[in-house]
Design a binder for this molecule. Structure first.
Ligand SMILES: NC(=O)c1ccc[n+]([C@@H]2O[C@H](COP(=O)([O-])OP(=O)(O)OC[C@H]3O[C@@H](n4cnc5c(N)ncnc54)[C@H](OP(=O)(O)O)[C@@H]3O)[C@@H](O)[C@H]2O)c1
Length: 336
């Protein structure tokens, strides 16, 4: 049984307009649920905060349902089983689930995965070895068909997904150009991630011209995390038959009115560009292949990753808000 009768949960209490604020969230004291027959009770240790959650805060149809107001939000989490009425899980198991933004949860085990904490730290299953790493790997290899030696541009390059994309492309002997939002991030990209060129997009009002200077041979693959001027700049500088992997377009997530698309989109035709979006959860069949390859790279020290940790579930809303302008590096995590 849990040692506590009550727990903290984070609720969305109003739908953000523009960039979310602390006022959109409430930390609520609630009863710890009890595990019934066939269920487990899990104490959360780590929560993931992710940009896609911003879309779920709106009331609109998407590939995932909107968060309900006045209910605990959901999201990736890692916790420890503290009570089990299930054969599949024992007390003391560490598990990966999707009931973040709260301290305790119950489940019948559907969609819950055991993780091996001898292989990696529990929180790594929310970053490098979890959906974050897999997004980078699927996007580059399966959607982008990355080939050895290509010229690759990555936006939000020091972020959770972007930092892994840059390093996978370097493992494949590509020339990698990254963009990010601060001098520290640029310096990390060059000295730790080993990218060939990186620029702070706040220092330029012309991403296309900056790319033209940094990619004299053009771009073969653009991994888009940002959209907006980054996407337009990449379309300008991409080579014939180039590919654009549309992973995310965070620059537009807080727009109250969508901005018009890139005015140079017509270049897709003449340059025969292939532009494709994807959702990592559609590619669960590739999980074993991903884990094997990424596990090897991690073990061999070929991939580095950063985690920016916020302590306390009550600070989860700020950790989320900071995705849109804070100075976090790599994967944003909350230690419960
Ligand atoms: N398709 C999928 O299945 C999938 C899965 C996971 C993530 N994603 C998408 O991938 C992208 C990266 O996600 P992540 O989890 O790795 O987040 P992240 O990159 O760790 O965090 C977001 C970063 O985006 C940058 N950013 C925020 N607002 C920006 C703006 N207006 N213009 C340019 N950059 C901005 C910030 O870094 P700077 O300081 O560099 O600006 C921020 O740290 C997001 O677009 C996300 O929605 C897609």
């Amino acid at each position: 049984m849990s040692q506590h009768n009550t727990q903290k949960e984070v609720h969305l209490i109003s739908r953000p307009r523009g960039v979310p604020t602390r006022e959109n969230f409430e930390v609520v004291e609630a009863d710890v649920p009890s595990a019934g027959g066939g269920e487990i009770l899990v104490r959360n240790l780590w929560l993931s905060v992710d940009p896609y959650m911003r879309g779920r805060m709106n009331e609109s149809k998407s590939y995932v349902p909107s968060f309900e107001l006045g209910e605990p939000m959901e999201g990736g989490c890692v916790g420890e089983v503290i009570e089990s009425h299930q054969e599949k899980f024992s007390v003391g198991d560490y598990v990966l689930g999707n009931k973040g933004w709260r301290e305790y949860w119950t489940s019948d085990g559907e969609g819950v995965e055991k993780i091996d904490t001898k292989v990696a730290e529990p929180q790594n299953y929310l970053s490098i070895l979890g959906l974050t790493g897999m997004t980078a790997w699927v996007g580059l290899n399966k959607i982008g068909n990355l080939k050895d030696g290509e010229n690759v541009f990555v936006s939000a390059a020091s972020g959770a997904v972007g930092s892994i994309v840059c390093q996978i492309a370097k493992i494949k002997n590509c020339r990698v150009i990254g963009s990010a939002g601060s001098a520290d991030k640029i310096s990390w990209l060059k000295s730790e991630a080993g990218v060939d060129e990186a620029f702070n997009y706040h220092d330029t009002d012309d991403v296309s011209a900056t790319l033209a200077k940094l990619c004299p041979d053009g771009i073969d693959l653009y991994f888009d995390n940002v959209g907006g001027d980054h996407l337009a700049g990449a379309i300008d500088q991409i080579n014939n038959f180039g590919r654009i992997v549309c992973c995310g377009m965070i620059s537009g997530y807080n727009d109250e009115k969508p901005k018009p698309g890139p005015s140079n989109l017509f270049k897709i035709i003449g340059k025969r560009i292939r532009m494709q979006g994807f959702i990592v959860r559609d590619h669960q069949d590739l999980q074993a292949e991903f884990q094997k390859e990424m596990g090897t790279w991690v073990r061999d020290g070929r991939i580095k990753w950063e985690e920016t940790v916020t302590d306390g579930i009550e600070n989860a809303p700020q950790a989320f808000i900071d995705l849109f302008g804070g100075d976090k590096m790599g994967k944003a995590l909350v230690r419960v």
